[in-house]
Design a binder for this molecule. Structure first.
Ligand SMILES: Cc1cc2nc3c(=O)[nH]c(=O)nc-3n(C[C@H](O)[C@H](O)[C@H](O)COP(=O)(O)O)c2cc1C
Length: 179
């Protein structure tokens, strides 16, 4: 059985960047979730037609790392479709998000904490870790809670340093201990 597969969906690129970094650091396969209808506005209205079949066999991996954004405090349709479609084939899953909500606001209406609970409920004991990388980690202190600033900020090699890099390194260490 193969070890780890990174699966991601990204609209503006931050989660693609993060997923790529995870796959490089763990030297593992990566695959993008491709919705049948990739229209952002329709997703926001919860209109979606599911996702295209993946090339990788999910059941061949001990662990899937699922990475994607959070919109409107919800688990986004492409990620939800992935979990529902492949539930029986998933052995263990780690959920990762580059999102807007800070750690301090994770349990508020649009916080990542609520989405983590949703993922854990959908996956029962198959979900072993949920990890957030809020975009604010790459912003100066006075901009961390600034919605306008984090909506305009995307992860890249220039800004992925300091606090976010430290959180990332700890995350990779944790996974390497488990594999
Ligand atoms: C329409 C919209 C709604 C969003 N709602 C939330 C939210 O409820 N909670 C949150 O933490 N981030 C929210 N965000 C921020 C995104 O999760 C964040 O910008 C993410 O990094 C985008 O990932 P991507 O670049 O991979 O598409 C929202 C972004 C958009 C565009």
């Amino acid at each position: 059985m193969e070890n780890i597969l990174v699966i991601y969906y990204s609209n503006k690129g931050s989660n693609k960047y993060l997923a790529g970094k995870i796959s490089k650091s763990l030297s593992c396969e990566i695959e993008e979730i491709k919705p049948r209808l990739n229209i952002f506005l329709l997703f926001l209205m919860n209109i979606h037609l599911g996702i295209k079949p993946l090339k990788n066999r999910i059941e061949d991996f001990n662990m899937v790392i699922l990475c994607g954004p959070i919109w409107m405090g919800k688990l986004i349709p492409p990620l939800r479709s992935f979990i529902k479609k492949y539930y029986n084939k998933i052995n263990k899953l780690i959920f990762v998000t580059c999102c807007g909500s800070t750690d301090a606001k994770k349990d508020e209406k649009f916080g990542h904490g609520l989405v983590f609970k949703e993922v854990e409920n959908l996956l029962n004991d198959k979900c072993i870790i949920c990890q957030a990388f809020p975009v604010g980690l790459v912003l100066p202190d006075n901009k961390k809670e600034d919605t306008d600033a984090f909506m305009k900020t995307h992860l890249n090699d220039e800004n992925f340093k300091g606090e976010i890099q430290e959180r990332f390194d700890n995350f990779i260490k944790k996974i390497n201990v488990m594999r």
